[in-house]
Design a protein around this ligand. Sequence first.
Ligand code: DP6
Length: 361
Amino acid sequence: MTEQDFIPKTYSKTKDSGSVTWSSPSNIALVKYWGKKEDQIPENPSISFTLDNCKTTTILSFSKKESNDAFSFDVFLDDDKKDDFKPKIETFFKRIERYLPFLKEYHFKIETSNTFPHSSGIASSASGMSALALCLMSLEKELSENISQDYFNQKASFLARLGSGSACRSIEGNLIVWGTHQNIDGSSDLFGVKYPYEVHQNFKNYQDTILLVDKGEKQVSSTVGHDLMHNHPFATRRFAQAHESMSKLIKIFKNGDLDAFLKIVESEALTLHAMMMTSMPYFILMKPNTLEIINKIWAFRIETNSKVCFTLDAGANVHILYPEREKDAVLKFIKTELVAYCQNGHYISDQIGFGAQQIDN
Ligand code: DP6
């Protein structure tokens, strides 16, 4: 598939007004996307677990308008009008207009809500942008004669990527690859694809408990962080390392070697933050409690032989990943030893999930 394949020819149907609803999850990267080229093309391949409980639900209502000369939309979060969300969506619409030429023909009302608290430090861009992309695809489907399920998902992921890179990994589940990798058939820089090879039972229902260490706004946005990978002294090596991590994971997913898995996952998380600390300007998103938690996890592993491990996003919160069979033991460990490091004792229990769902209006 190329970009051209996502430009529609003509629409055979018309639709004056209506409304569609999608619920789309967040995802957590195992191999990290950090650094991009123009048009949200990633510098390296990444892979993520799709999550289950952390999601955004978006209702998109549309009605034909008189003139087609500008985008027209209103955004609401939990029933509150959010004009500060508009510039990001306007940029998104500009980027995707080529692929959805009907955008200026409608006025849109975008009503969105998250299952996780807004000020939790959990990025809502992956779930939010993927939910919006799916709603727009549902409208395109209503205007078109026939759109296959594969094309629908691929184009939704392609559009979501143009909203926020990691959002392209939230359309389907439960293990999604984005970015071309020589050993992964069908992998693409343009959209996320389901991981196509054997995955060991050890990874079934993998758990992710998110410890909310810092719920505040990040001091440095992901977009700025990605940009700092241009001319970064370690960029070339880092991008090569991501390819190597992916190759190692192919073997690990097959044989279920959790000791090898946790080494890759933790190394990827720390490398992501090492890139931040070695950018110019440099910055640190981890907090003292992030490090306290990491050290506690390492100590717990030595004491109990557990396979629990951590990963980090571009923030201070810690994702604790572990196999389903360790659920009781790890939750007990979290409650007795880690909750103290969370802001207001707040954490979110999640697990690997199967992707976005359309909801009947
Ligand atoms: C650290 O997808 O938020 O979570 O493409 O600029 O919207 P933009 O960035 P974003 O970057 C996420 C980076 C990450 C790692 C990852 O999810 O792979």
